[in-house]
Design a protein around this ligand. Structure first.
Ligand SMILES: [Zn+2]
Ligand SMILES: [Zn+2]
Length: 268
């Protein structure tokens, strides 16, 4: 049986990852997978200097070709595009420039500030910071179209120096429903990002109730990704996400190749 391919994987080409491309492939082979997908970071205009040097994709595709041959495995090249409205044109041009299989659109920064360093949270209550984050995601969905799924929809809850980082869907239901409806109307999807199970939050991004809302509102395109930055985390949590979707009555999840939507059956 074909095994679902992790749709969110960072290699050493991402500035914040130590994941060796070749070791990922060896791991995928061990898991009996005959294909693998990489989705490295491109964060144009990042306030974090670490991300300023962008990936040389000519060299990247060359490496992928060599590894494909060496290991006789199908390698898909996706990308996780960090979106910032002020760099919209550069971001659009970058996506157009290369033959990506899959594009995740993610918000990693807000108002030119980093979530990770805490700058974004300064002077905001928790509710204000989360609400502003969702507004920025909505703005991305309004303005950007050259993507397949929105990455880790409630990513903001990973950061901030709060006693309880979790949020109630009810408090943000209006804006979350609006974002989900706009994603659906655009014919785009969401991902279930399993990285939350590798920290204290112990949740999917987005959380269960938001995934359920996406389905209730008519959403049909869901990919699953570990957001691995280390080889050990590859494919982690994917089976749990599939189980959740089955419980929600979902029969198929989504795959992408050459930016074309495919389906993977959860039945059987
Ligand atoms: Zn991300
Ligand atoms: Zn990522």
């Amino acid at each position: 049986m074909r095994i679902y391919t992790d749709h969110h994987v960072h290699t050493e080409y991402s500035p914040d990852s130590l994941g060796d491309m070749e070791k990922y492939i060896i791991k995928a082979k061990k898991l009996n997978q005959n294909e693998i997908m990489f989705t490295d970071h491109i964060d144009i205009g990042s306030p974090d200097e670490m991300f300023h040097k962008l990936i040389d994709y000519d060299q990247y595709f060359q490496r992928v070709m060599e590894l494909k041959k060496k290991y006789n495995i199908d390698i898909k090249v996706g990308v996780e595009m960090g979106y910032q409205k002020s760099f919209h044109d550069e971001i659009e041009n970058f996506v157009k420039k290369y033959p990506f299989d899959f594009v995740i659109a993610s918000i990693h920064f807000g108002e030119g500030m980093d979530f990770y360093t805490g700058d974004f949270f300064r002077g905001k209550t928790q509710k204000e910071a989360y609400f502003r984050y969702f507004e920025i995601v909505e703005d991305m969905v309004d303005n950007f179209s050259d993507f397949d799924v929105v990455g880790h929809l409630d990513y903001i809850t990973r950061y901030g120096d709060f006693v309880n980082k979790k949020y109630d869907y009810e408090e943000f239901s209006e804006i979350i429903d609006r974002i989900l409806s706009k994603i659906i109307k655009k014919g785009k999807g969401i991902e279930i990002n399993t990285s939350g199970f590798r920290n204290e939050l112990q949740v999917f991004h987005p959380k269960r109730v938001v995934i359920q809302r996406y389905l209730q509102l008519g959403g049909k395109t869901i990919t699953i990704g570990s957001d691995a930055h280390f080889v050990d985390d590859y494919s982690m949590g994917i089976n749990e996400a599939m189980k959740l979707l089955k419980r929600f009555g979902v029969e198929e999840i989504s795959t992408f190749e050459k930016r074309i939507l495919g389906k993977y059956s959860l039945k059987g």
